[in-house]
Design a protein around this ligand. Sequence first.
Ligand code: ADP
Length: 363
Amino acid sequence: TYLRIGDIIPVATHLVLNSIQDGVIVADMQGRLLDLNPVARQLIVGHDSQEDVIGKSLTQLWPAGVSLFEPEDEANGAHPIEITTDRDGEVLQYEASRSIIRDVREQPLGYVLVLRDATQRKEAEHRTIELSLERERIRLLSNFIRDISHEFRTPLTTVSLSAHLLEKRTNPEERDELVSRIQSEVINITALIDSLVTMSRLDSGTPIIIEEVDLNAVVADARTRMEADITAKAVTVVLELDPERIYVRGCQEDLGLAVGNILHNAIRYTPADGQITVRTYRRPDHQASIDIRDTGAGIAAEHLPHIFKRLYRADDAHSSTGFGLGLPIAQKIVELHGGSIEVESKPGQGSTFRVVLPALPGD
Ligand code: ADP
């Protein structure tokens, strides 16, 4: 005996369909199931036997795959669609391709759906993305550590040098001068550590305390805390507070820190006899605004886009006492409150920092 090709093909097809890892579904143009292999049966109907499902509507058997059974066009060829099926709480990703079967007169008879499990590929893609994000985080962190080490080194060098001289000098005035230099650098280092701790708390996503905060009180408190700097710099700070109190939802202490950092800059970067005006008001769009305007040196256009970056300072000599963390901290706090900070500044014309926050409705 010998087998004819016509006998072999159905047997071979059956064997192939039963052994492959892809799900194969054959349906007529009305979406009635004509045949399916074990992988497809497992996927769409669980353990039901073949006989129970043949001839039934695919839309009813497998609602998750409904988009695949409604051929919008009768175009032949692969038609890749991504679907997500949820069985036993497990989310599986499949990639389906649909081919229309036609008779000799090109009339569509039905279609074949091939379903390929893409879960593992998706997971691998996801892992690759996670990995590159992780690498990016590590890169940013190590750059930050490198830069911050530099910030510590400068005051520590001064401390070490002053201590060294202190051992040698006998003149009491000179010694006093060296001691106060050490003390002031220790204050700087402590401030740097405080800023880093604050930054990391804000970065860590720890929820902020939520209470009703009176913006006028935030401004008045910040000003009180800065009284010594205001006197030392001989600048005037004028408060123009909205007579109607404006409340926002958030953390009073953090908002005080944000406004304090901006006010502190205004004081630092404004020469003696200069004036700083802090205004609170409700905007026509119902947002609250705190404007901190100074008559200082202003910020050059080339620096303006960078002043909110960590460790950025507009003066290249790094002669100012700051570490370039005041504005990033202020911005982070304001953003955590759903707000934003705008800056207008021109060299020689002073700067205005505007903190905009979502206000609670007034009476
Ligand atoms: P720093 O502690 O160095 O002040 P900030 O993050 O608070 O760091 O500010 C970043 C930079 O922005 C400052 O170094 C300064 O050059 C510039 N800057 C901030 N506020 C003002 C201001 N009111 N007037 C002029 N320059 C300012």
